[in-house]
Design a protein around this ligand. Sequence first.
Ligand SMILES: CC(C)CCC[C@@H](C)[C@H]1CC[C@H]2[C@@H]3[C@@H](O)C=C4C[C@@H](O)CC[C@]4(C)[C@H]3CC[C@]12C
Length: 418
Amino acid sequence: MSEPTPNPQASGAGWTAFLKSVASFNGDLSSLTAPPFILSSTSLTEFSSYWAEHPTVFSAPAKEADPAKRALLVLKWFLTTLKQQYASRSEKYGNEKKPLNPFLGELFIGKWEDDAGTTELDSEQVSHHPPATAYSIINRPSGVRLEGYNAQKASFAKTIYIKQIGHAVLTVPNPSVPDEKDTYLITLPSLHVEGLLFGSPFIELDGASYITSSTGYTAKIDYSGKGWVSGKKNSFTATLYPTGKEKDVLYNASGQWTKTFEIYSGAAKKNSTDTLVDTWNPATVPMTALAVAPIEKQHPLESRRAWSNVAKGIAAGDMDYVGREKSKIENAQRALRKKEKDEGRVWERRYFSDAAATGQKDPVLEKLAKIVGLSETGDADKTGGLWRFDAAKAEKVKAQQELTEDEKVALAKELLGQ
Ligand SMILES: CC(C)CCC[C@@H](C)[C@H]1CC[C@H]2[C@@H]3[C@@H](O)C=C4C[C@@H](O)CC[C@]4(C)[C@H]3CC[C@]12C
C-alpha cells in the first residue's frame, strides 16, 4: 500500500458539508449522509466473511494436540484476519467507504471449498435498533466453529472513533480427547478513520484486544499506528501467556497486520532466529474465494439480492434512484415492524436466538468474560440480545424447499417493498 493521496472528488462543498455533519453527528453511523463517491454497495452483513478467508488457517488448531500450541494457532488465525477485516476494502490505500446499513433479517450466506474441505458462513442482521450482525462459520471436516455478533458505537474527536460492541467465540475440538472442545472468547478492537480530511479514509486499530481460552491461555494484542513503537502504520505486538500470568510470555508476535508478522517463542522479540516459530506474509498465501449463490437462486432476504437495485444505482452514480430504492426497503421494513407490534409478535431470526431472552447465563461468558473485561451479559442491551447460533433453527431453514420465483417476488414485495 502506498501513502494516501488527497482525493480530488473531496475538494468541493459537498465534502465540506459531509465533514461538518460528521463533526456534529450523534454516534449513529447509519444516520450519516455521505457523498456518492464514499458509498459502498456492500452491506455490513458481508463483513462476517472476513473471519475465514484462509480456511486452512481457520481450521488448523483442530490438528494440534498441545493446548498451548493450539492457543497459538488461534492467535495466528486471528492476526491473519485483520488485513481482511480492516483493510481489504482499501486495497488502494485511503478508499474506505461507507457500507450499506443492513435491514433486520438480512442474510449473507456462502461457503468456501478448498483443501480444508467445506467451510460454511451464515450471517444475519439480528437487530436493527441498535444495529447488530451475528455470524456462524463452521469448517465441516474439523468441526471448528466461530460464532459471534457485533455492533458499533461511534464518537467524534477530530475524526470518527468506533468502539466495537460484542465478541466472538471459537470452538475447537481437542484432537487428543474425543468429544472435548476448547472455547476461545475473542474481544474486538476499537478503530478510527484516518485520512478523512483529504477524502481518502482508511482504518487504524487502537488499544488492545484479547483472546482467552477454556484451556487456560490468554493472548493480548496491542495495536499501534504510525509514530508509536515501530513508527509503522497498522503495527501490533502480541503475547500469549498462561491466564493471569501476563509476565510468563510463552510466545510473542509482532509486525504489521496489513503486511508481514513473525511469531517467536518466549518473550524475546524480533531478530532472534533461534526462537522464530512462524511467519505470515499475506502476499504469499492465496485466499479462498467465498462462493455465494447466484442472485436468482438467493432468498429475497439475502443481501446481494435485496440490495441489487441500490448497488446498480451506486455503480451508475444515480443517487436519486439509490434514494428511491433505499426508501422502498426502509418503508416496507417500518410497516413490517408496525404490523409485528400491533400483532404482539417479533421478527423471527432464521439462524440465531437471543440467549439473554431465556434468562439463562451464557456458560462461555460466565467462565471467561471477566478475564478479558467483557460483561457476562454479552452487552445484550447494546446489541439487541446475546446472540448465539441456533442449530435447530438452521437445520429447519436448510431443510426448507427453495421458494418458487413467484413466492420470492411476493416476499420481496411484502418485506422489502420491491
Ligand atoms: C469512510 C467514512 C466516511 C464512513 C465511515 C464508515 C464506517 C461506518 C465503516 C468504516 C470501516 C468499517 C468497519 C470495518 O473496518 C471492519 C469491521 C469489522 C467487521 O467484523 C465488523 C464491522 C466493522 C467494525 C466495520 C464497521 C463499519 C466501519 C466502521
